[in-house]
Write a protein that binds this ligand. Structure first.
Ligand SMILES: C[S@@+](CC[C@H](N)C(=O)[O-])C[C@H]1O[C@@H](n2cnc3c(N)ncnc32)[C@H](O)[C@@H]1O
Length: 441
């Protein structure tokens, strides 16, 4: 997102304390800030996903520095609009990108993460090119003394949401809806797990009404016992719903289209389905295989384009199409998304989804079931596909309220699923998903 000023006419909301300000956790370890600058340059300058940038950090960077850099970069990405609004009065002209990124980083440490001022300022100054050290020092000192008050007075929900997404969500969900969604995006998400059949949940996990298990935000999955043994896999509670809605019975032949990293594949195979998972991207297909091996699940993985893939023996009992999408439903977990996606991406993805849907319908036996899912809040990538499905001869198979315990508000339009990140707000929210179920006539 380019630096933004508060839009005209936006009401300023004042809260006693920034809701994201954490208890002071002390200064991040050395090496964090230069690694975070690499991550931010990848997202802001080259428009690469944060996860990809993390994978490409130099191998010499220590795991604890990587984790701290990820946390710092995520705070900048989540709050970039608000941080810019605080920085703006202290900048006479636009600084070079690396300096802008460092200023956002320093401001995020001061205003969001609670790093002590002396550590945040000195360590940020140390990673900028020398000619800009004085500027960064002066601006961050100002932010350290005056920034908190300015930050608290901002309409952060609005400033941290790109205008095109705000307008689209306003049109789809109304004024209260867009506000609630943007508020949910101010917070990082908790860690949700799906348990392997018969496995015990990790200590401290809470069971959600839909059957997923939740641990507090910031929990590191690698610290949980049972990960290597395949006792669970990481999967947001909303992401776990589409495969459940397919209600696979043991021995059924199931095609899982667009499958990596395989959370839904694992659910389908655990339910006893004879699963073929189709994934186009070779690296992601390799990750899918690794994940299935860890979970000791037997699945046929096809590296192929699901828009044209047609095995000799199709006639599947059930097909899950978890189509590639703009991913605007998972911004809580991926705060880089608002900085990477543009409206034209949505239009292109809708075309791809329509092709995949048509092919998915061809794979079914008569009477077979299809669930279409996208992790997007854009109606073009969800509800708009219902008319296309009807034209393909797919008959709606409405989801029943009993299939969504604790989530009845997510049941809309005569039996389709629409979750939003502001649902289950008291329990830490849920990702935004659309899902619809059909039968082949
Ligand atoms: C939303 S993610 C799928 C998440 C996955 N179903 C899960 O639950 O873990 C979309 C995946 O589809 C893959 N993909 C995109 N277009 C594809 C296509 N035409 N054929 C097969 N895979 C595709 C992407 O590489 C990506 O791995």
């Amino acid at each position: 997102m380019p630096p933004q000023k508060a839009p005209a006419g936006v009401t300023k909301r004042v809260t006693a304390r920034p809701p994201n300000a954490r208890a002071n956790r002390g200064a991040p370890p050395p090496g964090t800030r230069s690694a975070a600058l690499l991550l931010l340059a990848a997202v802001f300058d080259r428009r690469r996903p944060l996860e990809e940038a993390l994978d490409q950090l130099p191998a010499a960077i220590e795991p604890r520095d990587r984790a701290a850099a990820h946390r710092l970069a995520a705070a900048v990405l989540r709050h970039a609009g608000s941080l810019d609004a605080v920085l703006e009065p202290h900048l006479r002209r636009e600084p070079p990108p690396v300096v802008r990124a460092a200023l956002r980083m320093g401001a995020a440490e001061l205003l969001v993460l609670g790093t002590p001022a002396h550590a945040a300022v000195a360590a940020t100054v140390a990673v900028v090119p020398r000619p800009f050290a004085g500027l960064v020092n002066a601006v961050l000192r100002k932010v350290a003394t005056e920034g908190a008050e300015a930050y608290e007075g901002l309409d952060r929900e609005r400033l941290d949401t790109p205008p095109w997404l705000w307008s689209a969500w306003h049109a789809a969900y109304g004024a209260a809806g867009v506000r609630a969604i943007a508020r949910a995006h101010q917070q990082a998400a908790p860690l949700d797990l799906t348990l392997a059949p018969g496995a015990s949940p990790p200590e401290g996990a809470i069971e959600l009404p839909t059957g997923s298990w939740r641990l507090p935000e910031g929990t590191r999955v690698t610290d949980l016992p049972g990960l290597a043994e395949g006792a669970f896999w990481v999967q947001d509670a909303a992401a776990a719903l589409p495969a459940r809605l397919l209600a696979v019975k043991p021995g059924e032949r199931v095609a899982d289209l667009c499958a990596a990293p395989g959370g839904k594949t694992a659910q389908l195979a655990s339910a006893g389905g004879i699963v073929t998972a189709v994934e186009r991207d070779p690296k992601r297909a390799a990750r899918l295989r690794e994940n299935l091996a860890r979970l000791k699940l037997s699945v046929t993985v096809e590296e192929a384009d699901a828009a044209t893939w047609m095995p000799a023996e199709a006639n599947f009992d059930a097909v899950l199409l978890d189509a590639p999408c703009s991913a605007t439903g998972i911004i809580r977990r991926h705060p880089d998304i608002p900085h990477l996606k543009r409206p034209k991406d949505v239009a292109q993805l809708v075309q791809a989804q329509a092709q995949l849907l048509a092919q998915a319908a061809r794979l079914l036996r008569p009477g077979g079931r299809l669930v279409l899912a996208t992790c997007s809040l854009q109606p073009e990538e969800g509800e708009a596909h219902l008319a296309r499905a009807a034209a393909l001869g797919l008959v709606p198979d409405p989801i029943a309220p009993t299939e969504l315990p604790g989530l009845r508000t997510a049941l809309v339009r005569g039996g389709t699923l629409r979750t939003r990140p502001d649902m289950w707000a008291e329990q830490g929210g849920i990702d935004g998903f659309f899902a619809a179920r059909f039968r082949r006539g």
